[in-house]
Design a protein around this ligand. Sequence first.
Ligand SMILES: CC(=O)SCCNC(=O)CCNC(=O)[C@H](O)C(C)(C)COP(=O)(O)OP(=O)(O)OC[C@H]1O[C@@H](n2cnc3c(N)ncnc32)[C@H](O)[C@@H]1OP(=O)(O)O
Ligand SMILES: Cc1cn([C@H]2C[C@H](O)[C@@H](COP(=O)(O)OP(=O)(O)O[C@H]3O[C@H](C)[C@H](N)[C@H](O)[C@H]3O)O2)c(=O)[nH]c1=O
Length: 230
Amino acid sequence: MSFNLTKLDWDSNFFARPIYALRFGESSNNLTTEHGALITAKVDAKDYESVDKLNTLGFQFCEGEIDFIKNLEASTASEPIESYVAQHSDIESLESLCSSLYENSRFRAPWFTVSQRNEFYALWIRKAVQSDFDDICLVIRESSEIKGFVSIKIRDHKARIGLIGVHSKFQGQGIGKALLKLAEAYCVKNNAKSLSVATQTSNDAAILLYGKSNFLTQSISYWFYKNDSI
Ligand SMILES: CC(=O)SCCNC(=O)CCNC(=O)[C@H](O)C(C)(C)COP(=O)(O)OP(=O)(O)OC[C@H]1O[C@@H](n2cnc3c(N)ncnc32)[C@H](O)[C@@H]1OP(=O)(O)O
Ligand SMILES: Cc1cn([C@H]2C[C@H](O)[C@@H](COP(=O)(O)OP(=O)(O)O[C@H]3O[C@H](C)[C@H](N)[C@H](O)[C@H]3O)O2)c(=O)[nH]c1=O
């Protein structure tokens, strides 16, 4: 099986170590890495040939990922969105919220520290408020306190949720469902035809939330990691 290693510049800079993606089916232009590198590989769960090859190469299973999709109908757009858009003054609260919520993540030990993971999701949500990486961050509040947030990007009429999260003290009260409705309304208003979202196979709560909000499973993948070289 042919494969190639591509250096992930953004990831390498952020996590301060060389991080590569192994991709099957590409000509083997590069199979070398620097010392201390991490090689990551994402394969479809049905692709047993690639899974077996990664096992043979000494990769370890890290996490599973489920990708969900929902086709959007014009009638779902009923919410006035403007009052839900996160402001720059919300960044500190959102960063602090994000720093404790993402226990299910492929950025986990032994490959990443808890603080690296927390800083990664805090930066992701900060950038969403600044319309960088994601386009927008929407929040649901009680008085001035943020109960939950969702970040979204739209490309070629296809929308994708970056991060969704509900403060632990407000979980199980329908806020997650309300955030998805809000996201759908924003997407319809901005001419998106579908909304997709991914979560880890270990994240029971998120899987239940998407299923109960009528999202359908689009694909299931596995992440494998290997330190150093092939
Ligand atoms: C794209 C991503 O960001 S994926 C990662 C998702 N985010 C996280 O994992 C961060 C930490 N977790 C959370 O913030 C929350 O648990 C969320 C966002 C996953 C769910 O938000 P909540 O506000 O708790 O969900 P909500 O109360 O709307 O529940 C929606 C449905 O899912 C079910 N559900 C949600 N969490 C759970 C749970 N822990 N156990 C069982 N069922 C659950 C509810 O029963 C509900 O179904 P119902 O309407 O039939 O009763
Ligand atoms: C903030 C930011 C990130 N990137 C890069 C860094 C990574 O290579 C990708 C994001 O990778 P992804 O596989 O999407 O990361 P996660 O596994 O953490 O994400 C999944 O789980 C999350 C909890 C969430 N549900 C998310 O939607 C899922 O995809 O992007 C970058 O290049 N620039 C940036 O600013």
